[in-house]
Write a protein that binds this ligand. Sequence first.
Ligand code: NAG
Ligand code: NAG
Ligand code: NAG
Ligand code: NAG
Ligand code: NAG
Ligand code: NAG
Ligand code: NAG
Ligand code: NAG
Ligand code: NAG
Ligand code: NAG
Length: 364
Amino acid sequence: MPLMARFKISLILLGLAALSRSIFIPPTLTGPLPIGVVSYELNNTSIDPVRDLMVSIYYPASEEKCKNYTLAPNFSPVFATWTDGWLGVPNGSDATMIQRAYDSPPIDNSQYPILFFSPGYGNSRLFYNGAAQDIASNGYIVVSMDHPNDTDFTVYPDGRTASYAENDTQPLEAYTPFMLKRASDIIFILDHLEENAHKAIPGLEEPFDTSKVGVLGHSLGGATASQVMANDTRFIAGINMDGSVPPPAETYNLTSPFLMLASQGHGIYEGDPSWTTFWESLAGWKHALRVNQTVHHHYSDTLFLQLELRPDGFPANDGLLNGTYMFELESAYVVDFFDLWFKGGKGELFEGPSAKWPEVIFDG
Ligand SMILES: *[C@@H]1O[C@H](CO)[C@@H](O)[C@H](O)[C@H]1NC(C)=O
Ligand SMILES: *[C@@H]1O[C@H](CO)[C@@H](O)[C@H](O)[C@H]1NC(C)=O
Ligand SMILES: *[C@@H]1O[C@H](CO)[C@@H](O)[C@H](O)[C@H]1NC(C)=O
Ligand SMILES: *[C@@H]1O[C@H](CO)[C@@H](O)[C@H](O)[C@H]1NC(C)=O
Ligand SMILES: *[C@@H]1O[C@H](CO)[C@@H](O)[C@H](O)[C@H]1NC(C)=O
Ligand SMILES: *[C@@H]1O[C@H](CO)[C@@H](O)[C@H](O)[C@H]1NC(C)=O
Ligand SMILES: *[C@@H]1O[C@H](CO)[C@@H](O)[C@H](O)[C@H]1NC(C)=O
Ligand SMILES: *[C@@H]1O[C@H](CO)[C@@H](O)[C@H](O)[C@H]1NC(C)=O
Ligand SMILES: *[C@@H]1O[C@H](CO)[C@@H](O)[C@H](O)[C@H]1NC(C)=O
Ligand SMILES: *[C@@H]1O[C@H](CO)[C@@H](O)[C@H](O)[C@H]1NC(C)=O
């Protein structure tokens, strides 16, 4: 079965009340920079059918300027209630989650590289807020998006909502049209930011350098990263976090740097032919790493949310890495990879197994 499905356990929670304290996501930022977030709608009615995108942008902001701003809630009230139902936690639980990012402060105008972050099939961009903040705090602008007719539930600024009923049990090639549309969404957002970033981000003085950007994603979002790179040479480096690669993307023979980051059972020669073919087709700098004691959704915030919000403490995760540690591990490898290609970093974590992160196994 392709690695598309999310990890969900049904649970009857009668009479359990939601927590009343606020919970930070992520618990601490892995990078030194304070960050801001803006969300906006990018509706292009000249595309048929209309692609009505919701976009979030995380960016470094100065500590001084953040003082007058409040921390952003993780979810809007309507989305929080929907997520409570989806995760099977008491109503009101997700509303307690608060971000480390401030809501719309002025940006720090140093030039930071831009990374696009595509969610898993059916998943909201908001289920990657934790990971996106960690990466941004290390000196990146991180742009995430809901892909219409794919994301299960989207809330627009005017209160409209859009729903989609995902089907996780189709053959891998059924996801190709989704992947192609996702790639065109990302290219569209990049084109849009080239001219219009100052409309979305407070205090932006210089246009973004959109000539060289990075791309990463989870699950189908990871396959989307390779699709975007095949489509558009402005995307110079990419990461696929645990996503099977639908045809024809598994044979694009990408020559740009690419990192495959997998869960425990998803080795390049273990049961996912698309993962093997894709690995063998990569013609540039490449590594295939696997993180022991993880499953597919360890690359999504839903792990952390379930561990924090489920009244039973999420026993299905026993013996596996916890959400706090996973944020740190994921951010370490993602940032080291992009630092190598955008900031002249040394890429030390890719030289071999690390004593600091013993769960990371080098498959290739
Ligand atoms: C965006 O497109 C959708 C779908 O056609 C439409 O319902 C909505 O009103 C549009 N929103 C704006 C702000 O143009
Ligand atoms: C909408 O998309 C089309 C096709 O990609 C593009 O030519 C046009 O400029 C876009 N319009 C806006 C308002 O972004
Ligand atoms: C914060 O807001 C106060 C009151 O509006 C203003 O005087 C001050 O200059 C602001 N500080 C910053 C750093 O923007
Ligand atoms: C869930 O809580 C929200 C407020 O937090 C309330 O508006 C809504 O009616 C509640 N839904 C259910 C199903 O209890
Ligand atoms: C949604 O996606 C499916 C599969 O790609 C496609 O058949 C359908 O036309 C799309 N619907 C809209 C409204 O975009
Ligand atoms: C999901 O896709 C499979 C395979 O194409 C199909 O058999 C099944 O009926 C679909 N499920 C739904 C709910 O559409
Ligand atoms: C990306 O490449 C695919 C396969 O060659 C093609 O079908 C698609 O139209 C391209 N998309 C864009 C936005 O260029
Ligand atoms: C990738 O390389 C394989 C093996 O050399 C070749 O068969 C295939 O056509 C190549 N794909 C592309 C898109 O060039
Ligand atoms: C993976 O984790 C299990 C459980 O802690 C351990 O027994 C096993 O040795 C680990 N495998 C590797 C390759 O580190
Ligand atoms: C998470 O896991 C790490 C590494 O195993 C451990 O040091 C830490 O105490 C755990 N944190 C929580 C909140 O369980």
